[in-house]
Design a protein around this ligand. Structure first.
Ligand code: NAI
Length: 408
């Protein structure tokens, strides 16, 4: 159980050389007790270092296994300074009352820019021309070489990336149509179409920006490629599993599609030492990139800001908005109150037990919000600052309690 600590006692362990924007954000918020390490640590070193840490920041190489987390007695929160969170045992973190944050939207612009550039390159036939010139050839023909102005981009999935791309594509004079399972507000002059079929039939270039879900896995097969316009282009920088690669290869071989740009694959090499194998390697008119849609310096800088800001909001206000494994709770801060944070095992009756106990002691609750997720509940309460010591005592007495903090 944790009481409110002075900021200089709150210890941050930042590993894998996370972007120094993170240090700036933490320092500006008054957190200076930071150990910054440029590499990942092996398990034994990690267990030793994490023992004293209240917050740990990692990228993709640090494995926060159940064994590591169980040895991290003081740990309050985990920040993944990246997009993926599968290097963390999320269920164990939840069970221990530790929220995990990441930066899902820091590289939105980077992906949108790459897709826009690929659209131009594909419509000019540049991938193939580039390959021919590299081999000493010289094909100056304008055949199958088009401006993007006036062409139709079909965006599948109009979320953060899809909608950003829509604005950029329109600025080049493209028409934008999109398909989404939700009704989405169109930006600029973009238009939502009623179905994927309609989009496939109308677009000169189709680009996927959907999440990895059972419903999106294998969404582009032979049948969908056949529905596309003759001589259209296809781009996937979403998730590899969305496309049946053999069917895409057939559509390229037959000349149904004039080209494609693929950044994500059903099976990607785990390291630079492993060979990338795919039927798409055979095609000069396909741009192949090694899952770098979101990999830019700017994205890294944004990640540093985004995750560090989430650390500060959780440390200062208990705010868990957008935690990936944890109940998301946020309430505005009110002057003259102390905030109590109570993480507990999610069984019926905890809230009524706490409210009855507070009522007995004459403690008035000024704001209260509870969310649960799987086996864990997270309760945030604001009480008069004169009542917080008594309230903390009563919270600690609740048998289902995992952690308690008071913020003032
Ligand atoms: P987002 O969650 O903001 O948007 C996804 C959109 O797809 C939502 O509007 C959702 O309603 C829609 N959608 C879901 N199922 C659909 C379906 N069956 N048909 C049509 N629309 C559907 O996601 P965001 O941030 O725009 O990311 C999109 C994709 O890009 C994700 O798969 C993400 O993993 C991937 N990505 C790839 C990167 C790379 O390096 N290549 C970097 C960043 C993200």
């Amino acid at each position: 159980m944790t009481l409110s600590l002075n900021k200089d006692k709150i210890r941050f362990l930042l590993l894998e050389g996370v972007h120094d924007n993170a240090l700036k954000v933490l320092n500006e918020a008054g957190y200076t007790n930071i150990e910054y390490i440029k590499t990942a640590l092996d398990e034994d070193e990690l267990i030793e270092k994490i023992k004293d840490a209240h917050f740990v920041g990692i990228r993709s190489r640090t494995q926060l296994t159940a064994k590591v987390l169980e040895s991290a007695d003081k740990l309050i929160a985990i920040g993944c300074f990246c997009i993926g969170t599968n290097q963390v045992d999320l269920q164990t973190a939840l069970r221990l009352g530790i929220p995990v944050f990441n930066a899902p939207y820091s590289n939105t612009r980077s992906v949108a820019e790459l897709v826009l550039a690929e659209t131009i390159m594909l419509m000019r036939g540049i991938p193939e021309k580039n390959a021919v010139v590299h081999r000493g050839g010289w094909n100056k023909s304008a055949k199958n070489s088009y401006e993007v102005r006036g062409k139709t981009m079909g965006i599948v999935g109009y979320g953060s990336i899809g909608s950003q791309l829509s604005v950029l594509a329109e600025s080049l004079g493209m028409k934008v149509i999109y398909h989404d399972v939700m009704t989405k507000l169109p930006l600029g002059n973009a238009m939502q179409v009623g179905s994927l079929d309609e989009l496939l039939a109308k677009a000169d270039v189709v680009t996927l920006h959907v999440p990895d879900l059972p419903s999106t896995r294998g969404m582009m097969t032979k049948q969908e490629f056949n529905q596309m316009k003759n001589g259209a282009f296809f781009i996937n920088a979403a998730r590899g599993g969305c496309v049946v690669i053999e069917d895409l290869a057939d559509a390229l071989s037959s000349g149904k599609l004039l080209g494609a740009a693929i950044d994500v694959f059903p099976k990607e090499p785990k390291s630079a030492d492993e060979e990338f194998s795919s039927p798409l390697r055979a095609f000069d008119n396909v741009i192949l990139t090694p899952h770098v849609g979101g990999s830019t310096q700017e994205a890294q800088a944004n990640i540093g800001l985004e995750v560090a800001e989430k650390f500060v909001k959780y440390s200062d206000q208990g705010d868990t908005t957008s935690a990936v494994n944890f109940p998301n709770v946020s309430i505005p801060f009110t002057e003259g109150t102390h905030r109590l944070l109570h993480i507990h095992r999610n069984v019926p009756g905890v809230l009524s037990q706490i409210n009855a106990s507070f009522a007995d002691a004459g403690i008035n609750i000024m704001a209260q919000s509870l969310m649960t997720r799987d086996d864990v509940g997270y309760l945030m309460m604001d009480v008069d600052d004169n009542d917080s010591a008594q309230a903390m005592k009563r919270l600690r007495a609740v048998p289902e309690t995992l952690r308690v903090r008071v913020l003032f």
